[in-house]
Design a protein around this ligand. Structure first.
Ligand code: ADP
Length: 269
């Protein structure tokens, strides 16, 4: 017989109890749990020293007293510390998402508003190189976790800008279908070859590592999207024709739909 750790305390308290079960898949489960804790702890431990270093580097890089000869190396160090911060933040986001099976803090989320804010930032990043068009049902909201949904929207919209050349078109769609609300980001960029699609949501999986790095990518974005969607019982589908573009579609369940003027169910008195 094999020992398996199960979580007994609700809401993520770290108390565990032993339970005897008969099969070996428990090992995988256990190793996964160890990996998850390790990633969460490592990211957390790295964050503090990095914040200190980044602070000093930033001060030195912008100080009038810094000798000219140190300016370029300092500005390179500043870029790299910022890059590490982004990776660590994404790792922390991912490990937080992995701790729970479903989204918590559910509330009505104004998706059209979230999309508009994300798109405003994406337009800044693109600096006019991309035409981003919106097709939004303004009255359609969603019951969900706001910050999780925002990060999913943001990763998909930013990917469409980061992984396509200047002059590309991006279309962001949010509308209601009989099956439930649908969020979609489509671009007319280089596309993703079919052999990569099944693995594209794995952490750190990138079609072209050098390119992804150059565009500021961490390789964690789609892994984050996948977890957020599974927290919301939503489905992700990816359609791509190499050379023609890529379309990411997120289908949310009917029950999560909310019209702007609908009454929320009243809590029992
Ligand atoms: P990254 O930080 O590199 O964007 P992601 O997990 O978000 O990591 O995406 C994984 C990889 O999927 C990217 O490196 C890129 O190769 C590919 N990819 C994602 N979105 C697109 C897109 N819209 N067009 C083409 N390739 C994409």
């Amino acid at each position: 017989s094999i020992m398996m750790s199960v979580r007994v305390a609700p809401f993520g308290e770290r108390k565990r109890q032993r339970l005897v079960v008969g099969r070996d898949i428990t090992k995988v489960f256990h190793l996964n749990m160890i990996r998850r804790d390790f990633v969460a702890n490592a990211s957390h431990e790295l964050r503090t020293p990095l914040t200190v270093i980044a602070g000093f580097v930033e001060n030195l890089a912008s100080s009038a007293l810094t000798p000219e000869i140190h300016r370029r190396p300092l500005s390179l160090m500043e870029n790299q510390t910022n890059r590490m911060r982004t990776i660590i933040e994404d790792l922390l986001t991912l490990s937080r998402l992995e701790l729970e099976d479903t989204a918590s803090n559910l509330e009505p989320v104004n998706i059209p508003q979230e999309i508009e804010q994300v798109v405003a930032d994406a337009r800044t990043l693109s600096a006019g190189d991309h035409a981003i068009a919106l097709d939004l049902d303004r009255d359609l909201m969603l019951i969900g976790n706001q910050s999780e949904l925002r990060s999913a929207i943001s990763n998909l919209v930013f990917n469409a800008v980061k992984h396509t050349a200047a002059g590309s078109k991006v279309r962001v769609l949010w509308h209601d279908e009989p099956g439930g609300p649908v969020f979609q980001v489509a671009d007319d960029g280089p596309g993703i070859a079919p052999e990569h699609i099944p693995r594209i949501t794995e952490r750190f999986y990138r079609v072209d590592k050098a390119r992804s790095r150059a565009s500021g990518g961490t390789g964690l974005g789609l892994a984050i999207v996948k977890h957020v969607l599974s927290h919301h019982d939503a489905l992700l589908s990816i359609a791509s024709d190499p050379g023609q573009g890529t379309t990411f579609t997120c289908r949310f369940p009917q029950e999560s739909r909310l019209r702007r003027h609908d009454q929320l169910p009243q809590a029992p008195a």
